[in-house]
Design a protein around this ligand. Structure first.
Ligand SMILES: [Zn+2]
Length: 296
């Protein structure tokens, strides 16, 4: 019997688990992906729930072991379970960097001027054992994984490509658009990341929440279009004399549940920061949540 290497397009085995943390922000719960067989790579441990860690270990066959723990980004619903899984598996963790890393210069500047954090979802303790850089290829279990730095939802957001599969975290999902909450969320880098991913053909997107997405290019285009539509609505609200984030948010997000309106106003802030940086909007004094916004 001769053994030959697997063809390049042969995909590793994929097992998909969902944590029991449903909410308006997490949809049906956080998705955890297990790639490979024998030696297994995990993408996103999920929240720190004992029953989720149990389910992950129960998904392994006898003799299988997890050899690498990858994090798409440092939000707690994706990485709070990392420490528990590391204790159980002894596997190293991989990610772009600790909470708050990867911010653009614009966001770093606004933080200096007092922009408060707005997503409260960071796991402040998260720091990967191994920091990945854009384009880095790792092969912890016999198949290549390409790390792609795709900031926007957070500065530290990474997508992971395995052949033409793309694991997107919260950057591109099927069930909803992403929360873009400055300073971790950044509309300019978010749109650049989506445009970058859209330049490649993906057979499947595997997001951090919700079902996988088969028509990747249509979904990526739709997500970009959605933000262009929102931007146009914000410019219209400004043209109609709205000057502050609460009134702009009310004007364009009609009928959303009240629980989601803080997230909506963060998305509006993200657009206004981007529009200000591009000279399309004037912010007085700076594009901060309490600023006055006008058209030039
Ligand atoms: Zn997230």
């Amino acid at each position: 019997m001769s053994l030959s290497p697997a063809p390049r397009d042969e995909k590793p085995m994929l097992r998909i688990l969902r944590a029991d943390n449903p909410s308006p922000m997490t949809h049906t719960g956080t998705m955890t992906y297990l790639l490979g067989d024998g030696e297994v790579v995990l993408i996103d441990p999920g929240p720190d729930l004992a029953n989720h860690a149990d389910a992950i270990l129960a998904a392994l066959e006898p003799g299988e072991r997890i050899v690498a723990l990858l994090a798409t980004h440092a939000h707690a619903d994706h990485v709070a379970g990392m420490a528990r899984l590391q204790a159980l598996t002894q596997a190293p963790s991989f990610g772009f960097g600790p909470s708050g890393s990867g911010r653009s210069a614009v966001m770093a500047g606004l933080v200096q001027q007092g922009l408060p954090g707005g997503d409260g979802g960071f796991d402040a303790t998260f720091a990967p054992d191994q920091r990945l850089v854009d384009g880095q290829i790792i092969c912890p279990a016999g198949f290549d994984i390409t790390a792609i730095h795709t900031p926007g939802h957070t500065g530290c957001s990474m997508s992971f490509a395995v052949g033409d599969w793309l694991f997107t975290g919260d950057l591109a999902m099927g069930w909803a658009s992403s929360l873009i909450s400055p300073p971790n969320g950044d509309m300019a880098t978010y749109l650049a990341s989506l445009a970058r991913l859209a330049r490649q053909d993906w057979s499947q997107l595997y997001p951090g929440h919700g079902e996988s997405v088969e028509d990747a290019s249509a979904r990526l285009a739709e997500l970009i279009r959605h933000r262009h539509d929102r931007e146009r609505q914000i410019l219209e609200a400004l043209a109609n004399g709205q000057t502050e984030i609460p009134s702009i948010t009310n004007a364009i997000y009609q009928g959303i549940p009240t629980g989601l309106s803080p997230a909506a106003s963060r998305n509006v802030l993200a657009h206004l920061i981007d529009l200000t940086a591009r000279g399309r909007v004037l912010a007085t004094p700076d594009p901060l949540p309490w600023a006055r916004f006008t058209l030039p």
